[in-house]
Design a protein around this ligand. Structure first.
Ligand code: ARG
Length: 580
């Protein structure tokens, strides 16, 4: 701000005054490099401009020193008094120093994307982890956010299951064309039946055309509204959703909306008619399509198919209708689609179609938030069983068991069994989520449970452990009657100084992580903060310190770190156990 104003006074835009943590922490705390670019723009000497900027700001007592290095870099060292006051204010603020957004946006986060009755794969898992975090981050910043799972509940997999059930149990009332209800309340299958049926039939459909054709026909009749099929669909849906919900709950992933492709059904016919009569959608070899490549488009893409020649509607059709629905329900400014990066072309087709047809108003931004794959040791997308499909439940069990090994071998082994289970689950979830979020989302990474589970280094358990340790330090201090809510004193050591400098970075990290949709910024930051605290903790005997105001300041500093750590972990969707 101060630097921004100084640049404005010299006729530049304020963004030249951007101050960032220094690349050379040994030389300065923060730096402002704007003078170089600004001077270049008008052909002036950057060092001379930097000098004028420095003259303008140097008298401000928030700085201890403002100096120029090299051709015009400005190095900044904050006054210690200012630093501690800033941190005190920050921790008292619910938003920890993050500025209130001037114009809160309405954002829909489309994430999870699980398919009903069809096995999940790691892409669904990553989408859920990343999307949940983006949702929490945007909400923390102050936007209005709705998270929607956008279930895949209307595709061929439904017809596969229905037709297979018909082969296996033809006498069920759902298949009798003379019966139109009421149908039994209880579904004629369990979740484990469903888990067996889908892979079995989809495997057979690969080589048996009749099976595939029956599935297509059933899908078609379901979509046309056949009563018995719809009743079965509802059973399949209910059974799957109960199961999915419990898995996502265990991962601390909570969707606000459980809508899906099927919810667009009432909109589709009318949408297609309108698009056709407005001339946006045209017939092409019996199919109905929207052309999405205009002259001047950077990328040439095939048309988006809205309806195939056999009458079936597709993934893109429901996506387009979903935009329509979201615009009606929420008038969002932004929709974020957290989906595997390999679907980039699909989204580009959908976005172009939506703008072209004005289904998406110009005020709406749509963004595909792609991500890479989580690979197994073989370098291929991770599977929990050798060659088998990934079941969320198996993965959760695997990470929880791993955490349980740890917990059982620690002094916590004597805790109540229920507590142990809860702890192991929290640690397991932290392990998985942190390992995922610490990579830039577009990067592929390898699932390595051993490496992710260690308590030292940049892992989920390390950060939990740090939070738990600070918490128990503060509890101990309280039972001994020590002051835990005192004033921060200017730092008496480099270790303290480093923690303070890290703490003040928090708001910038939050904003940058959201702007760049890069959750790894927050993970990197947390690791630096936790490591700085760890050094301080090792080098200082906090509880036995005899200078009581110094001790109170250290406890306050610990409190500040804990607050930031907890809030950041909460944004990552990670809960901190009471003990560990
Ligand atoms: N169900 C889809 C899949 O399994 C993901 C859905 C993503 N969201 C969307 N609006 N298309 O690939």
């Amino acid at each position: 701000m101060i630097f921004g104003d100084a640049f404005v006074e010299h006729g530049f835009t304020p963004n030249y005054g951007k101050v960032t943590p220094s690349d050379r922490p040994d030389l300065s705390q923060f730096q402002c490099n704007g003078a170089l670019a600004a001077a270049k723009q008008i052909g002036h000497n950057p060092r001379a401009l930097a000098e004028r900027i420095v003259q303008r700001v140097a008298h401000n007592n928030i700085f201890e020193e403002v100096s120029i290095a090299g051709p015009g870099f400005i190095n900044i060292k904050l006054a210690d008094d200012y630093l501690v006051q800033y941190v005190m204010r920050m921790v008292e603020d619910k938003k920890l120093g993050c500025p209130t957004v001037v114009e809160p946006q309405t954002i829909v986060v489309d994430y999870g994307g699980a398919n009903i009755a069809k096995p999940l794969h790691v892409g669904h898992l990553r989408s859920a982890i990343i999307g949940e975090c983006l949702k929490r981050l945007a909400r923390f910043i102050g936007h209005t956010v709705v998270g929607d799972i956008h279930l895949g509940d209307w595709g061929l997999q439904m017809g596969m299951i229905i037709s297979e059930l018909e082969r296996r149990q033809p006498d069920l009332p759902y298949f009798d064309p003379m019966v139109t209800g009421p149908y039994p309340q209880e579904p004629p299958f369990t979740i484990s039946d469903l888990e067996e049926i889908y892979p079995a039939v989809s495997q057979r459909a690969k080589t048996d055309d009749q099976i595939l054709e029956a599935a297509r026909q059933a899908t078609f009749e379901l979509q046309k509204g056949r009563k018995g099929y719809q009743a079965l669909w509802q059973h399949i849906y209910n059974v799957s959703v109960v199961d999915l919900r419990s898995d996502y709950d265990r991962l601390n992933i909570h969707f606000d909306l459980w809508l899906g492709e099927s919810d667009t059904q009432p909109l589709i016919e009318e949408m297609l008619e309108q698009l056709q009569s407005a001339g946006f959608a045209t017939e092409s070899e019996g199919a109905l399509v929207i052309g999405v490549t205009e002259t001047g488009d950077t990328k040439e893409l095939p048309p988006l198919i809205l309806r195939k020649s056999d009458g079936a509607i597709l993934y893109g059709t429901t996506d387009l209708a979903t935009i329509m629905q979201r615009v009606q329900d929420y008038s969002p400014n932004l929709i974020l689609y957290v989906v595997d990066k390999r679907q980039a072309d699909h989204f580009e087709q959908v976005f172009r179609s939506a703008y072209k047809t004005k289904i998406a108003p110009e005020t709406l931004t749509m963004e595909h938030i792609g991500f890479g794959t989580m690979n197994g040791p073989d370098g291929r997308p991770f599977k929990t069983r050798s060659g088998g499909v990934m079941k969320l439940k198996d993965l959760i069990t695997m990470i929880t068991d791993k955490a349980m090994e740890r917990v059982k071998n620690s002094e916590l082994a004597s805790a109540e069994p229920e507590q142990l289970v809860a702890m192991a689950q929290q640690i397991g979830v932290a392990t998985l989520k942190f390992a995922d979020l610490m990579n830039h989302r577009l990067k592929d990474y390898q699932f390595d449970l051993e490496r992710f589970s260690v308590f030292e280094g940049c892992t989920g358990p390390y950060h939990l452990y740090m939070a738990v340790r600070i918490n128990s330090l503060l509890e101990k201090a309280e039972t001994r009657g020590l002051c835990t809510g005192g004033d921060l004193l200017p730092p008496s050591s480099e270790d303290e100084q480093q923690i303070l400098l890290r703490l003040v970075e928090f708001p910038d990290v939050i904003l940058a992580a959201f702007e760049q949709r890069a959750l790894n910024y927050l993970c990197d930051y947390l690791y630096k903060l936790a490591s700085a605290y760890s050094r301080f903790y090792h080098n200082h005997r906090i509880l036995t310190e005899t200078d009581l105001s110094r001790q109170a300041s250290w406890l306050q500093l610990s409190q500040a770190v804990l607050v930031v750590l907890r809030q950041s972990l909460a944004i990552l969707g990670i809960e901190v156990p009471k003990r560990m």
